[in-house]
Write a protein that binds this ligand. Sequence first.
Ligand code: NAD
Ligand code: DAU
Length: 339
Amino acid sequence: MITVLVTGGAGFIGSNFVRWAHDTHQDWHITTLDKLTYAGRLENLEAVMHSPRHTFVKGDIADAAVAAPLVQDADIVVHFAAETHVDRSIQSAADFLTTDVIGTFVLLEAARQAPRLRRFVQISTDEVYGSVPTGHSVETDELRPRNPYSASKAGADRLAYSYWATYNVPVVITRASNNYGPNQFPEKVIPLFITNAIDGVPLPLYGDGLNVRDWLHVDDHCRGIDVVIDHGVNGEVYNIGGGNEVKNVDLTHRILELMGRPQTLIRPVADRPGHDRRYALDTRKLQGLGWAPTVPFDAGLAATVRWYTDHESWWRPIKDQDAAFKAYYAAQYGNRAKA
Ligand code: NAD
Ligand code: DAU
């Protein structure tokens, strides 16, 4: 058996990866290490919870007593765990530094003493490149993060690289674009807008709505990570992008059209401070390893709308009953002046 440690496996991408990898790799034993923050949900792992090839450990990646033995027992580490929401990092950055930077440092230190480790996949993000007005980011571009989340991720990205360059830890780094699909926490724009539209509540569109994101279906992201595990070169960076550049205002129109809801639900609100205008990735390096995105954006978005419509029991308690989410929502949107 190949022992695989997945950090942050109860979150959005992590849980999609754990479920996908569990079904795809019959010779993997997967251990999920997750702190179960507000974004981590055990129900995301229901499908594998009773499998003999999956173990769940509740714990903090920044706690070496829990994390180090798991890293030292692994053949492969896929490190997703992070604080991930830009707006929350603008409200308060402390947890981003503790988890995204210090937590990554704890895992990398443990990886130095891991006898069988052959891959440490650092899950980074296209946000580390900063805003890209024209063209597409290539892996060798300078990093220009512009918000506390992306700055923390850039720190972790380069720290991971330094452990390859300095200590020969078998690090590969992936930088993905905006993911969408099932089980995404309803603070991120697509699930927030779908669930608000179901409830007939306004969709708060930041600024002029002309910011561009490159949408990647989470299944294509999982396959991209798998290709990097098998064929990536240690010390290298691989962009993973969907090639679906969409302006936020067009995305919002599409969601409302798919749902048969009126465009009058769109509520322009004050912009996000430091809002990156555009992200766009050049993915030729990963395509050279045999990967290509397969999910057309329209079909993927329609399937995502269906998932949230069919899984109200997953998101309704978060939006209607979770006091912490309600407090976050009020702080983020309550007094947001009209754009
Ligand atoms: P998410 O917020 O849905 O999930 C994060 C998970 O990490 C949760 O299960 C949470 O409980 C766990 N976690 C947080 N702090 C922890 C800690 N200290 N110890 C252990 N577990 C902890 O995030 P996501 O959107 O699935 O993102 C996963 C990774 O992918 C992150 O590293 C993120 O930076 C990266 N990424 C995300 C996107 C995207 O569009 N969502 C795009 C590119 C890269
Ligand atoms: O690009 C990869 C990144 O994508 C990941 O690294 C992050 O973890 C992930 O959260 C995501 O970051 P974004 O900030 O791009 O995602 P978000 O869903 O928060 O916002 C997407 C766009 O929608 C962005 O331009 C801001 C806008 N937006 C967002 C929210 C929540 C709105 O207009 N209104 C909103 O209420």
